[in-house]
Write a new protein. Structure first.
Length: 259
């Protein structure tokens, strides 16, 4: 009984200067950030890796040059500029249509009830920030995956695979792509802490009360308990990312086996 009480006490992260519970605040904001960034991260990785493969297979051809040019331009667009561009564009479109199509702030509407209505309302609020994070997030994976695949597409083991009768596309898909995906998978796994706490500007502009916004608020209010809670959460996510990186490496590289 005493041990259980000590464990419960250890899990209490304290009380902020404004009152309430840090545990409850972190729990709510983690879920809010997860709604926003997980889908955007998955889309960024899928789109970025897919475009990287297309660019590598058509390197120095018009398709590759166009995709690279678009990615380089988007890479240099600040998050604030992209977010405000989407917000102002959505407002103008709503005014032109005469009804609200896009929600530009908040994660939900207070007057919506029912499962399907709530789900549709959440997806509507997710649309613009997800587009913003995806468009700005896929660029790094695209350019990195292109370089990694170009480094393995003509490797000896790929030529050996083609000598066994595989077509170029089959050899790339089964061997070159798997080898080049290992650094990308590791990068994605170790970016998990930043995924939850790094979308500060996007959360602020679109009115999402997630971990990024909470981190800035705790710093501005000298909330030691909140800052420590965010740091502890980031450490936990780093540990989870390390485990996921090992699992991804073992899955992609047949030379690695988990014992």
């Amino acid at each position: 009984m005493a041990l259980a009480q000590r464990h419960r006490a250890a899990l209490r992260l304290g009380t902020p200067p404004t009152g309430g519970s840090v545990n409850a605040e972190v729990g709510y904001r983690v879920f809010t950030s997860a709604e926003l960034v997980l889908l955007a991260t998955v889309l960024s990785v899928v789109i970025g890796v897919g475009l990287g493969v297309v660019s590598a297979l058509h390197h120095y051809r018009p398709a590759d040059r166009i995709l690279q040019s678009v990615s380089v331009i988007l890479y240099n667009v600040p998050t604030v500029v992209a977010s405000l561009f989407l917000v102002f564009g959505a407002i103008r479109l709503n005014d032109a249509v005469g009804r609200r199509i896009f929600f530009v702030t908040g994660s939900s509407s207070p007057d919506v009830t029912g499962f399907w209505a709530t789900l549709g309302d959440t997806l509507a609020h997710l649309l613009l920030p997800t587009i913003c994070l995806t468009v700005l997030g896929y660029v790094g994976y695209h350019l990195t995956q292109r370089s990694l695949l170009l480094g393995t597409i003509n490797a000896d083991f790929v030529r050996t695979a083609r000598a066994t009768g595989l077509t170029r596309a089959q050899a790339v898909r089964r061997h070159a792509l798997r080898a080049s995906l290992i650094p990308t998978a590791t990068s994605v796994a170790f970016s998990i802490p930043g995924i939850f706490t790094g979308a500060v500007l996007t959360e602020s502009i679109f009115g999402w009360h997630g971990m990024g916004e909470y981190f800035t608020l705790t710093l501005s209010k000298n909330d030691v308990h909140g800052v420590v809670a965010v740091a502890a959460f980031g450490a936990l996510m780093t540990a989870i990312g390390a485990v996921l990186a090992d699992i991804a490496t073992a899955f992609l590289d047949p030379r690695v086996r988990l014992r």
